[in-house]
Design a protein around this ligand. Structure first.
Ligand SMILES: Nc1nc2c(c(=O)[nH]1)N[C@H]1C(S)=C(S)[C@@H](COP(=O)(O)OP(=O)(O)OC[C@H]3O[C@@H](n4cnc5c(=O)[nH]c(N)nc54)[C@H](O)[C@@H]3O)O[C@H]1N2
Ligand SMILES: Nc1nc2c(c(=O)[nH]1)N[C@H]1C(S)=C(S)[C@@H](COP(=O)(O)OP(=O)(O)OC[C@H]3O[C@@H](n4cnc5c(=O)[nH]c(N)nc54)[C@H](O)[C@@H]3O)O[C@H]1N2
Ligand code: SF4
Ligand SMILES: [Mo]
Length: 712
């Protein structure tokens, strides 16, 4: 067995502690945590409905990441080539406040920008949103969720009328067909995959897994059918499946007639997706396509789980909507065990959407483009009418453009490491160097992004602060503080609130505890799809985690959305929207003949600030590599383990080749975890490009053209 085979580790029993949540992925596993001498100890929370006590290798080793390499004090420097010097909080925040005031006077609010993270607690997000979108009057507050979930958000909004995954983890034990599309669930949402496999073991004759992925991932290897599609051909695949449903009479006529709109237009689009052509475009067999469709359409319950293979694409929204079309067409939605279910990447990307943590959103699933929504928030925040800007703020990749043009004069980066995670890194790094003033607020130092900071602010992280996170099934959990933050580190929300007070908005930012922040935030959700106005830290502590919508104070929230088949669209009907399949922005050609896709490994978390400090996980995945099919390797005359050069139009990497027939020929794969701190030439993002989906503005991190060269 390969070293990276996900091993789900059972918990050991231990003493009492506080309830906490794993700060890694969007599964949102519950933890019990306590302090033992100087160490934080954890076990899985047996009562938490996400994991019932189980944890994966990342969760289990989490406490080992807390000590080494922490940023303990604020640090400052005059310019990027000077060394950092220790500063007091007062000095650092005074400099920030003065710079904001100066920028407001000289250039106006649109020159200010905050780039945040799906790793914020809901309370951090809320205070940041209130400060930037409300009191500073700029919607330039985007987050790394732009690179993660924004295509899912737009897809849900356009097809179902609102953001919000309609399903529940309960459905993992009720569905019979699982379509895992663009998701390496086994490595990236391991506890969910474990639940699916357990369900299949109980019902081996009925439960089937289909994986659609250009790589035969660990997820695909444990599936009943692998659709090894050509990268970027998901819309063709899903249209082909829809077309087969039409041809074979596998359409839920009743559902389509009474609960949807746009069926005729969809049928027109599907005309071009005859099964033989689709199989050809996707590079799979017609029989596989038909079998997958039959399993999906004719099962008593089909659940699709998707993640970055759909979202990170110039067709991200098209892919998501095409998947939802298939659910609507077959009536595989609005009932237990069925539905389109996006697996959220980061632990609180869901909370970010609720609080307005993308440049187009406001708290309570509101939009900056809606006059009514802006007005609601202005009244709520006691701001004069017109305070909230009526345009989208800058999205993640637009921030890079804003730095290049000089439109941004102040950049605040918190809980994300864009000097590793942004596409087209050389360009991004050049842009960051042009900043007038950049603040980086993180738990660790050194850090790749710190190279571009004038001011470093030490943040308290998991176990050092109390706050809420919402997981993929819309369940809000309270993660309680276990120990004091090291050095002078402070909670993110408290830093934003302090700057709010220093700017003269003391009445609005005088929060004394995150519970107060949460209490204010939930009022913005009243009567919204994400209604959680009945929740409070106290209730979550006494009654445990709750799913929204949760409108009763004396009972649990709703496990599923739209079970009455009424959707939050003007007509109450879900919307079909047919898309044509368009290839990825950068196509392979004679010069760059291979398609590079990028992604994750089981034991590592993103840019390695935590998992890179844990010996066991480093041993599991010692370094980056390029997966190459043996046929391509033979043509290129490269051997397994040979250090090769991978080049794109934007940059290059030098890493070992890993020969495997678990990838399509013509496609290569590289994990994106390693940044410059680990050495030059290890970063996948020196190769990727910043082309985006024009609706969701999410970059296409899953496909670019490269060539692989032998190093002589
Ligand atoms: N171990 C681990 N788990 C994590 C994370 C982590 O860093 N490490 N991060 C979390 C976060 S923030 C996220 S967003 C999620 C991501 O979770 P996933 O999306 O499951 O992970 P990725 O490896 O980014 O990509 C998934 C798969 O998409 C495939 N793919 C590439 N192109 C296409 C395509 O065109 N179509 C289809 N159908 N598939 C394609 C890739 O081959 C890859 O196997 O994981 C979360 N969980
Ligand atoms: N090529 C390629 N690039 C990708 C992707 C891909 O699939 N391929 N995926 C994209 C996706 S989906 C994502 S989500 C991003 C992730 O990319 P990043 O967000 O850049 O990755 P992280 O390493 O999770 O960065 C989180 C940072 O927050 C710090 N931190 C942890 N806790 C706290 C806290 O409580 N407060 C503060 N202030 N800081 C804290 C950590 O030390 C770390 O530096 O990468 C994106 N980039
Ligand atoms: S599955 Fe995700 S949330 Fe659960 S322990 Fe692993 S990393 Fe943490
Ligand atoms: Mo993500």
């Amino acid at each position: 067995m390969d070293a990276v085979t996900p091993s789900i580790q059972s918990v050991v029993s231990a003493g009492t502690g506080v309830k906490s949540v794993c700060p890694y992925c969007g599964v949102g596993c519950g933890l019990v945590a306590w302090q033992d001498g100087n160490r934080v100890k954890i076990k899985g929370d047996r009562t938490h409905p996400a994991n019932f006590g189980l944890l994966c290798a990342k969760g289990t080793t989490l406490p080992d990441s807390l000590e080494e390499g922490r940023l303990l004090y604020p640090m400052m420097r005059e310019h990027l080539d000077a060394p950092f010097e220790r500063a007091t909080w007062d000095q650092a925040l005074t400099r920030i406040t003065r710079h904001i005031q100066k920028t407001l006077a000289a250039r106006g609010p649109q020159a200010l920008c905050l780039y945040g993270s799906g790793q914020f607690h809901t309370e951090d997000y809320y205070v940041a949103s209130k400060l930037f979108k409300g009191f500073l009057g700029t919607n330039n507050f985007d987050s790394n969720s732009r690179m993660c979930m924004s295509s899912a958000v737009s897809g849900y909004q356009r097809s179902l009328g609102s953001d919000g995954p309609p399903c529940s983890y309960e459905d993992l034990a009720l569905a019979e067909t699982f379509l895992l599309i663009g998701s390496n669930t086994a490595e990236c949402h391991p506890i969910i995959f474990n639940r699916i496999l357990a369900h299949q073991r109980r019902h081996p004759d009925r439960v089937r897994l289909i994986t659609a992925d250009p790589r035969r991932t660990r997820t695909a290897q444990q599936s009943d059918l692998w659709l090894g599609i050509q990268p970027g051909t998901d819309v063709a695949l899903l249209n082909g499946m829809a077309r087969i449903c039409l041809e074979r009479g596998w359409v839920d006529q009743e559902f389509v007639r009474h609960h949807t709109e746009g069926f005729d237009k969809l049928c027109q689009v599907l005309e071009a997706y005859a099964p033989a052509r689709v199989a050809d475009v996707c590079g799979i067999e017609v029989e596989q396509l038909i079998r997958a469709t039959e399993w999906f359409a004719r099962s008593p319950g089909s659940l699709s789980l998707w993640s970055m293979g759909l979202n990170q694409s110039t067709q991200g929204v098209a892919k998501v909507q095409s998947l939802i079309n298939l659910h609507l067409l077959t009536g595989q939605i609005s009932r237990p065990g069925a539905g389109p279910f996006s697996l959220t990447g980061q632990p609180n990307a869901m909370g970010g959407r609720e609080v307005g943590g993308l440049a187009n959103l406001l708290p309570g699933y509101r939009s900056v483009l809606s006059a009514q929504d802006r007005q609601f928030m202005e009244v709520f925040w006691k701001l004069p009418p017109g305070s909230i800007a009526s345009q989208h703020g800058l999205s993640a990749t637009e921030i890079i453009e804003g730095m290049e043009s000089g439109d941004i004069q102040f950049l605040w980066i918190a809980a994300t490491n864009p000097a590793v995670s942004m596409p087209d890194l050389e360009r991004s790094r050049r842009a960051f160097r042009q900043s007038t003033l950049t603040v980086v607020q993180d738990a660790y130092f050194p850090l790749e992004t710190a190279d571009y900071a004038h001011i470093l602010l030490p943040a308290a992280q998991w176990s050092e602060k109390t706050g809420c996170m919402t997981n993929s099934e819309r369940r809000v959990s309270l993660s309680e503080q276990v120990r004091r933050p090291p050095g002078e580190a402070r909670e993110d929300w408290a830093i934003f609130a302090d700057v709010g007070c220093r700017l003269g908005f003391g009445d609005a930012f005088g929060f004394s505890h995150s519970a107060e922040v949460f209490a204010e935030f939930v009022q913005t959700t009243r009567d919204r799809v994400c209604d959680m106005h009945t929740l409070s830290h106290t209730r979550l502590k006494t009654e445990g985690p709750q799913q929204w919508p949760c409108i009763r104070t004396d009972g649990p929230g709703q496990p599923r959305l739209y079970t009455d088949r009424v959707f939050p669209t003007p007509s109450g009907r879900a919307q079909f929207h047919g898309w044509q399949c368009v290839p990825p922005a950068e196509q392979p050609d004679a010069e760059f003949p291979l398609t590079l896709t990028t992604g994750r490994l089981y034991g590592h978390w993103h840019t390695l600030t935590r998992t890179g400090k844990i010996a066991k996980l480093r041993q599991m995945h010692p370094g980056p590599f390029l997966e190459v099919h043996p046929e391509d390797a033979c043509r290129l005359d490269i051997e397994d383990g040979e250090i090769i050069r991978v080049r794109s139009r934007r940059g290059e990497a030098r890493i070992p080749a890993k020969l495997t027939s678990n990838i399509r020929t013509g496609t290569v794969f590289m994990p994106f975890h390693w940044g410059n701190l680990w050495g030059e030439g290890m970063s996948a993002n020196t190769l990727t490009h910043g082309e985006i989906d024009t609706i969701s503005l999410q970059p296409e991190l899953k496909a670019c053209a490269v060539r692989v060269e032998k190093i002589v």
